[in-house]
Design a protein around this ligand. Structure first.
Ligand SMILES: [Fe+2]
Ligand SMILES: [Fe+2]
Length: 266
């Protein structure tokens, strides 16, 4: 099984660059083209939030129009730069399944891995959250088919990652989520976005992986002396490969021009 993960697309209105400099629409088109041309082609695409930059309908429709060129199924969870209601209306229930309580919490079945999307949007805040009621929902899903490997998928990483995006405002409910994760060793991975960097961190018996943005890379400042800034980067996404040996291997895909391939023996 092959999963492509896109994150932090931060799409602006047509004809506008994000923050005046980042052509995220062009970056997203290149990523869509790359995913469609992967061989083997991914089984599905997960978009882990911050689909838009300013949470407007016009931006959301712009993102949906670009993503409509994907030739594999797409699933989306919201980020802090998105409007949950607009996202659900524009992308529809196939790509943004929503529970009766209005959150985009859902399970993707029918693949060797069970994928559980979690809506961590805390409206009006940058940081993530998961309420006790929704942890109960997750517990119920994890108890179902508990013999199958699981991948969790959300916008906000549930732990501090040494950057202001996760360290200044804590993820509300992270401790209880951590207890739940620790009790389910079949959770292979927790896929996130939000920090615009690719990282891998052990957490309660699983690995939290953050996906890079498709073109706005966080300037890495481990002393956190400066407010967050970004660098214009080449479009990037992750490919998660669940192999026949039942291990999940993550390949960062960077869409830059590279010479080759060359033989090791020459
Ligand atoms: Fe973002
Ligand atoms: Fe974010």
């Amino acid at each position: 099984m092959l999963i492509a993960q896109l994150s932090d697309t931060h799409i602006s209105a047509p004809g506008h660059k994000t923050c005046g400099v980042a052509d995220m629409a062009a970056n997203l088109r290149r990523c869509v083209d790359s995913i469609n041309n992967q061989d083997p082609r991914p089984d599905l695409v997960l978009l882990s939030g911050d689909v838009t930059h300013s949470a407007t309908r016009i931006e959301t429709e712009h993102a949906a129009e670009i993503l409509s060129a994907l030739e594999v199924p797409l699933f989306v969870v919201p980020g802090n730069h998105d409007d949950r209601k607009i996202l659900a209306e524009v992308f529809g229930p196939m790509r943004c399944p929503t529970t009766q309580t209005g959150f985009m919490d859902y399970v993707i079945e029918g693949y060797p891995l069970r994928i559980i999307g979690l809506d961590t949007l805390n409206t009006g805040q940058h940081s993530g959250q998961i309420s006790p009621e929704r942890l109960d929902w997750l517990k119920e899903q994890l108890h179902t088919k508990s013999d199958l490997p699981v991948v969790l998928f959300a916008h906000h990483p549930p732990l501090k990652l040494g950057v202001p995006e996760t360290d200044q405002e804590e993820f509300c409910g992270a401790a209880h989520l951590g207890e739940l994760v620790a009790a389910h060793p079949n959770i292979e991975r927790f896929l996130c976005g939000h920090i615009h960097l690719h990282t891998n961190t052990g957490w309660h018996g699983t690995i939290v992986t953050t996906c890079p943005s498709i073109g706005m890379q966080l300037t890495l400042d481990l002393k956190q002396r400066n407010p967050s800034q970004f660098l214009l980067s080449e479009p990037a996404y992750l490919l998660h490969h669940w192999t026949a040996d039942e291990v999940l291997i993550t390949h960062p895909i960077q869409l830059s021009e590279m010479d080759g391939p060359f033989d090791f023996t020459s």
